[in-house]
Each structure stands twice: as structure tokens, then as C-alpha cells.
Design a binder for this molecule. Structure first.
Ligand SMILES: [Zn+2]
Length: 257
């Protein structure tokens, strides 16, 4: 349904082992590949024999998105995945794989990741917390799953913007004006990667924010203006009836940015 809503999409290829182990432990990648039956990897995350292939395809789309300035329309999402384990529907951290590929293969040194999925991107934060070449910015509902990213958790290259349940277009726009845009511009990135979740939408069943379709278009437009190059990864968004038009709205925004 999502792909039907879009023209011009191309199929991705799986990420290589080399690309994935820049971010994840080899033993964990091997364990994913060896699943021979449906297995709960955490309380929310089920995986089975075809999951490693799906996760590698998603990460590979993230890699090609960063090469082409594209939008990786993928599932499973990635931003909760930790170096050594799956979490919150996420198996491999697609945006983190893309960021490392940009640095190691494309020579883009300074990478800013802007995550406006409604949940805190704890996996991406954990991967880059000690790495000052990657700025991680997350706007999210808090307190909420996964519990991280609350007040007082930012540092020089981590900006967490926790927002109370119910926040909508105005609060997100203010967070961009007051915090996200000045922080990303001061970092002076070579590349901006967007973890674009759509679960902050007013009709999303998993969260409690009230961002509108127009609000996502604005977030996309403003995100595209933050660096000389950008690419986008789909994260969450769990109302399958609204997701296609929200993605279309974001693409309009990215194109206008
Ligand atoms: Zn989410």
C-alpha cells in the first residue's frame, strides 16, 4: 500500500556484512542469521528464519539512500536496535549503518541524525554516544517507551528533546526553532540523516501526540535545510491507513526544503 502510493521507487539490495558490523557485534549478526524458528528477541520483537534477510535489506536500502540522497522506505525500523541485541521491533539500526557508511565509504566526516519518531532513538544514541563525529538529535514523547532520553540526558553531541503527551505541530515547530536547528547548524554537518517516524501523528494507535499531515511536511522541509546533503529512513508509524499520505507529505517537504 505504501509503495503503491509512490512513484519512482526502486528496490534495494541487502547490506553487506562489512557494512553492518561497523555498528553491530558480529555474534549478534550471526545469531540473527541462524534463527530457524519464530523467536521473541525482546518483549515486542519477534523474528524468524526470514528476518535476517529483511533486516539486511532494510539496512542496505539505508546505505543506498545515503548514496543517492533518497528515502529508505523500509521495515523493520532500526532506531531502537542496540549493538548486540534487537529491541522494539528493530533488528539492525538502519540509520546508524547509513551514517557509518557515509563516513567510511563516502568520506562525509560529520553526520547529524535528526530523529522525529515519537519514541526516543535509544539504539542510535547508544551507538554514537561516545562519538563526537556524529550528532544525534531526538524529539520524542516522554515519559514513554523506551524510557530513555528524558530531561538532562543531552551532551555536546546528543540533543534529547522530550515532549509531553499531546504535543502537536506548534510544539514540534518550536522545538525545531529553539533547539534542533541551532544545534545542528552549530555542528556544521557534512550530511543530515533523518529518522522519519510517523507515529507522532494524531491518529497513530501506539502514541499520544497530535502532529498533523501538514506538520510532518513542515518537519521534513525544515530538516532538508539543515545540511548540504541529506537522506531519510522510515522508522515507526503504525496506522497503515494514514502512513502513505504522511510519507507523501514528508516527501513534498523534503523536496521543497
Ligand atoms: Zn516509534
Amino acid at each position: 500500500m505504501l509503495l503503491d502510493a509512490l512513484g519512482g521507487a526502486t528496490e534495494g539490495a541487502p547490506a553487506s556484512r562489512e557494512q553492518v558490523i561497523r555498528v553491530h557485534d558480529e555474534a549478534y549478526v550471526d545469531s540473527l542469521a541462524s534463527l530457524d524458528r519464530e523467536t521473541w528477541l525482546d518483549g515486542d520483537t519477534i523474528a524468524g528464519p526470514t528476518s535476517a534477510e529483511a533486516a539486511l535489506l532494510a539496512a542496505g536500502c539505508a546505505v543506498s539512500a545515503v548514496e543517492t540522497g533518497g528515502f529508505a522506505l523500509v521495515r523493520p525500523p532500526g532506531h531502537h536496535a542496540l549493538p548486540d541485541r534487537a529491541m522494539g521491533f528493530c533488528l539492525l539500526d538502519n540509520v546508524a549503518v547509513a551514517a557509518r557508511h557515509a563516513q567510511d565509504a563516502l568520506g562525509l566526516t560529520r553526520v547529524a541524525i535528526v530523529d522525529w519518531d515519537v519514541h526516543h532513538g535509544n539504539g542510535t544514541e547508544a551507538i554514537f554516544r561516545e562519538d563526537d563525529s556524529v550528532l544525534f538529535v531526538s524529539i520524542h514523547q516522554w515519559p514513554f517507551y523506551p524510557g530513555t532520553g528524558g530531561p538532562g540526558t543531552s551532551d555536546d553531541t546528543t540533543l534529547n528533546v522530550p515532549l509531553a503527551a499531546g504535543a502537536g505541530d506548534d510544539q514540534y515547530a518550536a522545538a525545531f526553532s529553539e533547539l534542533v536547528e541551532p544545534t545542528v547548524r552549530a555542528f556544521n554537518p557534512d550530511l543530515v540523516l533523518v529518522s522519519a517516524g510517523f507515529d507522532a501523528h494524531e491518529l497513530d494507535p501506539l502514541a499520544h501526540m497530535s502532529v498533523t499531515e501538514h506538520g510532518f511536511e513542515e518537519l521534513a522541509r525544515r530538516s532538508a535545510q539543515l545540511g548540504p546533503r541529506f537522506a531519510v529512513m522510515l522508522e515507526g508509524g503504525y496506522n497503515l491507513a494514514t502512513l502513505p499520505r504522511l510519507v507523501e507529505a514528508a516527501i513534498r517537504g523534503f523536496d521543497a526544503g
